[in-house]
Design a protein around this ligand. Structure first.
Ligand code: URA
Length: 425
């Protein structure tokens, strides 16, 4: 094959064959197809789309570029969750031990944050001693012993995707449904989970702001999973406003532990329970009493075991920032709005996120909300607190929050629809 011909085919709205896609991904992984050529292809795909057979072929070719894992022989059914990313989205933290406490294995291969959405590994690394890197043997042993594991994905899974995703990131070609769906699903299918629940976000703080687009992304991924033998379903969930009250790393761990203790913000609890029920249904336990497992401490016991198994001390104090800055309500009324994206960007600027993949994060940096949209507030009461190690960061964080929230008359308040808007199977 000639890669320039393939680029021209896609540029002109044509369809790529299985053999062309297999060849192209293999040649790209080996460095024979150059980054410039793959970037042109990614842009052609973004502009002209791909049919379902092409998306399936692309996914399978990316899986074939690396190693695959298998959890057969574990003696437990496996179920994983993937979220397309949001602000204050710490759901994996309470969800993994909750589901594992029902005897199901939850291999949660996670990533680090880049941009305004945080990464699960960054959050957990605020726990003293906790370690994200495990060998495959350690991961299997932990799934056998305690049922849950959250660790860094090995570099051997879908290396073609790693290369292509980094290229898309710097060429304006991330936002294409065929590319997002094949990227996420190649890694999840290569991981070897038996079942998978996708939390596909929509709303102003999400990748796909529009619910119709997020529905299309969800359906594409659900079909890819089921066609590859992974029982897959998706929930479309609202990411217009931050989830919970904590946005950052250590503070998100704190909030997750509150949920595991039977408390925590209502929206975090609701989404945790919805995803847990969905995961357990795919694992053959449709009637599992997930709320009961939070109330009884069953999920908390599981959390403590999982954290200990990875070297963490579940009782250790979490880091606290050196500096804080609290913003007060300027007037009395109802908190009309709280936009996820600017709050995510502000937390990022405080040091909770990173600009380049190799940068460290500051675990204690972030934002704690004291009121949620819809709450009644009085002038002078604290609305939210910024935390950072360097006070010089507050100004740029506050700039990001300009216009991100408003207080007004109760009659002006527009309630959002349900947090879990739709289920796609
Ligand atoms: N996450 C991924 O892993 N890939 C994408 O393309 C987008 C989000």
């Amino acid at each position: 094959h000639d890669v320039v011909d393939l680029i021209r085919t896609k540029r002109d709205g044509g369809t790529l064959t299985t053999s062309q896609i297999d060849w192209m991904i293999d040649a790209y992984t080996r460095g024979y197809v150059e980054d410039a050529q793959m970037a042109a292809m990614a842009m052609a795909i973004l502009l002209n789309g791909m049919g379902r057979p092409e998306i399936r072929d692309l996914t399978l070719a990316m899986i074939a570029s690396g190693e695959t894992m298998s959890f057969e022989g574990l003696g437990k059914t496996t179920v994983d969750k993937h979220s397309t990313g949001g602000v204050g989205d710490k759901i994996t933290l309470p969800l993994m031990p909750l589901v594992a406490s029902f005897g199901v294995a939850v291999p949660q291969l996670s990533g680090r944050g880049l941009g305004h959405t945080g990464g699960t590994l960054d959050k957990l690394e605020s726990i003293p001693g906790w370690r994200a890197s495990l060998s495959n043997e350690e991961m299997f042993q932990q799934l056998r012993d305690v049922g849950g594991v959250i660790c860094a994905a090995g570099s051997g899974l879908a290396p073609a995707d790693k290369k292509l995703y980094a290229l898309r990131d710097i060429t304006g070609t991330v936002e294409a449904i065929p590319l997002i769906a094949s990227s996420i699903m190649s890694k999840k299918i290569a991981e070897g989970t038996a079942a998978l629940v996708l939390d596909v976000k929509f709303g102003s703080g999400a990748f796909m702001q529009d619910i119709a687009k997020s529905r299309e992304l969800a359906q594409t991924m659900v079909d890819l999973g089921n066609d590859a033998g992974v029982r897959t379903s998706a929930l479309l969930t609202d990411m217009h406003r931050p989830l919970g009250l904590a946005i950052g790393n250590a503070n998100e761990v704190r909030e997750s532990v509150e949920v595991l203790a039977g408390g925590g913000p209502a929206d975090v609890v609701e989404l945790t329970l919805a995803l847990a029920s969905e995961m357990l249904a795919l694992a053959g336990q449709p009637d599992a009493d997930v709320a009961g497992a939070l109330a009884s401490g069953q999920a908390m016991d599981s959390w403590r075991a999982v954290i200990r198994a990875q070297g963490g001390d579940p009782d250790a104090a979490l880091p606290v920032a050196r500096e804080t800055h609290t913003v007060l309500a300027q007037s009395s009324g109802v908190l009309l709005e709280q936009l996820a994206l600017p709050f995510g960007i502000a937390a990022w600027r405080l040091g909770a996120g990173r600009a380049r993949a190799e940068d460290p994060v500051q675990h204690a940096a972030g934002i704690d909300l004291h009121a949620k949209a819809g709450d009644t507030v009085v002038a002078g009461q604290p609305l939210f607190t910024l935390s950072a190690d360097e006070p010089s960061r507050f100004e740029r964080a506050l700039e990001a929050l300009d216009g991100a929230y408003a207080i007004g008359d109760p009659a002006e308040y527009v309630a959002r629809g349900p947090l879990v808007a739709e289920r796609i199977a």
